[in-house]
Design a protein around this ligand. Structure first.
Ligand code: SF4
Length: 491
């Protein structure tokens, strides 16, 4: 066990989510996996937002930058307090707790305000716990705290030129809520210290806490005992999964006949028992009958940054930077492929829309998987560039959502594991997927695009990643053709 005399703020929050997670952090740290690239990218965005927030306090002083020693950082903080300036990353420890405050702002009568910066667009319960812990530690260290604020991103913000910090950020006064929670910190810390000193792993069952407020880093480790077709595959049935687990049922096929399931969940149970897909031939045939040649299979890739990169864009607004389009002109015809992948560091949307308008055939269906996503992006593009609105009006009635037959359970294969998403449907239905591709999902595609477009990278690396992006997006639309063909065979 670690001999650390402190529980840091992040470990305190882990302990509140699940004592078992906290125990691992101190007793078997090596079993906690490092964050994956997509999660790391979210953390990196958080750091960028934190750096931007500091610009609101131009006379602020960074405390202990690059100082690895905790006690030294705490000592430097004590020295910096005397200057009565806004402090960034000030460090405190008291009563077994340790934290660094994003921003500590001097207030009248020798008091201080704690400002916690978050890259979310709203206040969450976990933020209040976060501030309550800081308030408790700082007050225990002898500081007079006047107010606590959460500084988060204003979701209504739209970029026009340089980021206007006063409009970009929203400050919420959470002094009262955090004061109430701060009263519980003493007891909670005592409990958490008992947990980390335990010899045995705390005996805690998986539960809703595994994904609340965040997906736990030990999720794969704790959930691996479940069978492949588990009760947690139930479509929109997480609560039922925990009820069944409580009754000792882990496998879909072992769900008792009298357990109340929705019609779709019953389809899943029967498919698990028979090992065969459920097929509603009539409904599939009706769906396929809507498709009119030439059929355009269309997929977008997008990125959404916390700090908008272009004018007219809001925080986290999904900006399309790539599309793939496979057009099948007649039954059995070879698909024709066209695509777009943005070049340069400017707003990709004008070139994206021009190329798309040219590429989509003038007649026939436009098939997308989860089409409201593509339609939503097109509508946003038309708001920014109204000259494309007549085109969108003319084509939107031709859009068909390939997700429909799966979300409605016209077809369900046990290997979908309760998901109607394309990443689950494609391999279950066709035996083919994304194997062999460097980029295998949308989050990685966005991160890689941003990395090679805005990062300072060798041309060769850029070229390689752009090829991978083209392969990935191309597989999505090719996969839609395969799925449609498989539905035809099944109907
Ligand atoms: S996965 Fe769930 S049970 Fe396991 S440590 Fe995390 S929160 Fe606790």
């Amino acid at each position: 066990m670690s001999s650390s005399p402190y529980i840091s703020k992040s470990k305190y929050l882990w302990g509140l989510q699940c004592p078992k997670l906290l125990w691992y952090a101190y007793n078997a740290k090596e079993l906690i996996p490092e964050p994956d690239a997509v999660t790391q990218a979210i953390f990196d965005q958080g750091h960028e937002v934190g750096a931007l927030a500091k610009k609101m306090f131009p006379d602020g002083v960074e405390v202990g930058a690059g100082v690895p020693n905790l006690d030294e950082t705490i000592r430097l903080t004590q020295a910096a307090l005397k200057f009565r300036k806004p402090l960034f990353e000030a460090a405190f420890s008291a009563g077994g707790g340790y934290c660094r405050t994003d921003i500590l702002r001097p207030a009248p009568q020798n008091a201080w305000d704690i400002i916690e910066v978050k890259s979310t667009t709203s206040l969450k319960d976990v933020h209040l716990e976060d501030l309550a812990f800081q308030k408790w530690v700082l007050a225990s260290a002898g500081l007079k705290i006047r107010s606590c604020y959460l500084m988060h991103i204003n979701s209504d913000f739209v970029r026009h030129g340089e980021i206007d910090l006063k409009k970009f950020f929203t400050m919420e006064d959470v002094t009262d809520q955090s004061a109430e929670l701060a009263q519980q910190v003493t007891d909670r810390l005592a409990d958490l210290f008992k947990v980390i000193r335990q010899r045995q792993t705390p005996d805690i069952q998986i539960g809703p806490q595994c994904d609340d407020p965040y997906t736990c880093a030990l999720h794969d480790h704790c959930w691996k005992f479940l069978p492949s077709l588990s009760v947690f595959d139930l479509y929109r049935g997480a609560r039922k999964g925990f009820d069944l687990l409580g009754q000792g049922v882990t496998s879909l096929e072992d769900i008792p006949d009298d357990f109340k399931l929705t019609a779709n969940q019953e389809i899943q149970r029967q498919a698990a028992i028979s090992g065969k897909p459920y097929i509603n031939r009539k409904a599939i045939a009706k769906f396929l009958a809507q498709l009119v040649y030439p059929v355009n299979y269309l997929d977008f890739e997008t990125f959404g940054t916390a700090i908008p990169l272009f004018d007219g864009v809001s925080p986290y607004q999904q900006v399309p930077f790539q599309f793939s389009l496979h057009t099948v002109r007649a039954s059995g015809a070879k698909p024709e492929h066209s695509m777009f992948l943005a070049e340069g560091r400017h707003d990709p949307r004008p070139a994206f829309m021009l190329k798309l308008r040219d590429a989509v055939s003038r007649t026939g269906s436009i098939v997308a998987y989860n089409a409201p996503f593509e339609l939503g992006r097109l509508k946003e593009c038309c708001e920014a560039m109204p000259n494309f609105s007549p085109w969108l009006k003319a084509v939107e009635g031709r859009v068909v959502d390939l997700l429909g037959p799966f979300r409605s359970f016209y077809y369900y294969h046990p290997d979908q594991h309760g998901s109607a998403g394309m990443k689950a449907v494609l391999p279950a239905l066709t035996g083919k997927g994304y194997e062999g591709l460097e980029i295998q999902e949308g989050g990685t595609a966005s991160n890689e695009f941003l990395r090679v477009t805005f990062g300072d990278l060798p041309a060769e690396e850029r070229r390689r990643v752009r090829e991978q992006l083209e392969e990935y997006c191309g597989r999505d639309t090719e996969g839609m053709i395969w799925i449609t063909d498989a539905l035809r065979r099944a109907s």
